[in-house]
Design a protein around this ligand. Sequence first.
Ligand code: NDP
Length: 330
Amino acid sequence: CKRFVLARHFKGEPKPSDFSLVTEELPPIKDGEVLAEAEFLSLDPYMRVYVLRRPPGGTMIGGQVARVLESKSPDYKVGDHVVGDFGWRTHTVFNPEAHEHTLMRTYKLPDIGGLSPSLGLGVLGMPGNTAYFGLLEVCRPVKGETVVVSGAAGAVGSIVGQIAKIKGCRVVGFAGSDEKVKWLTEELGFDAAYNYKTTRPRDALKDGAPKGVDCYFDNVGGELSSSVINRMNYGGRVAVCGSISSYNADGLPKATIIQPAVVTNELKIEGFLVTRWNDRWGEGILQNLKWIQDGKLKYEETVTKGFENMPSALVGMLRGDNTGKAVVKV
Ligand code: NDP
């Protein structure tokens, strides 16, 4: 088994020297246990911040889709795919009954109709459910309303915008390159999209959201989010999903004032963790799968080949190299 250990806590952008690659022998499996080999590993923004809650020296955290090589558990047979919170490792021995879960549950990948198992880390997994539940349960968009999403070309954002379209909303996205903006409007059906690096958010919103903003799905935080919140309509709802604009920042982010808009327009701003809907996990996956099969939901993956490239792929995702979901294929 190969695994990446966090050698030291990140300062600013993660560096290859923050990780060390370790090789080890795994013990033979015992009754009730399963041996699985990683096929795809996920790269997620939370890795940049959550890993700092533990001392260095442990296996780097993260989810993966693995194929069962050997099983002494009645719940898994050889060849099954498991979605597991196993960390950055090529092989894992786990006990489905007793496995210690750090963030997410471990579960057998449901039947996804012959699509790539890697989707269990994206649109048919945690990010897809984040989009589905965060938009529908926190923003609660109504037909005809204007929904703005930041981080729009990423794993979560690209699905949020398309579900909002399915629900009959006007959808405006912000992303970090002209190619991403083109993809959002020409391929995914966003009504408008803007490159936040080259367009002033105020100008973009005047153009793209002339009737104001009713729902804001916030993946990035910072100045962009303050601009959006300052253009929200009475009774607007903000789903605070993440704040990636600050994840690599060591100092305090710039202060921005949103309170007058929040008060005057009686806005509801609600943070959420997707794990709130753990008991409805399958519902989100099956609905997103149905929309894919009906041709209503598109997805993209940015695949980096080679387990040894996990650190550089993480840095790349944080820099915005990915369109859709960032994964590593072992
Ligand atoms: P993405 O696939 O969106 O990848 C991250 C993207 O963030 C990059 O591609 C980049 O795109 C963008 N980005 C990087 N730096 C900045 C910046 N300074 N300002 C604006 N955008 C930036 O990741 P996910 O879809 O997996 O996650 C999106 C957000 O959702 C994150 O904040 C994450 O923490 C959060 N999240 C929250 C969950 C929850 O339960 N609350 C669950 C899952 C995710 P670009 O080119 O556009 O800059």
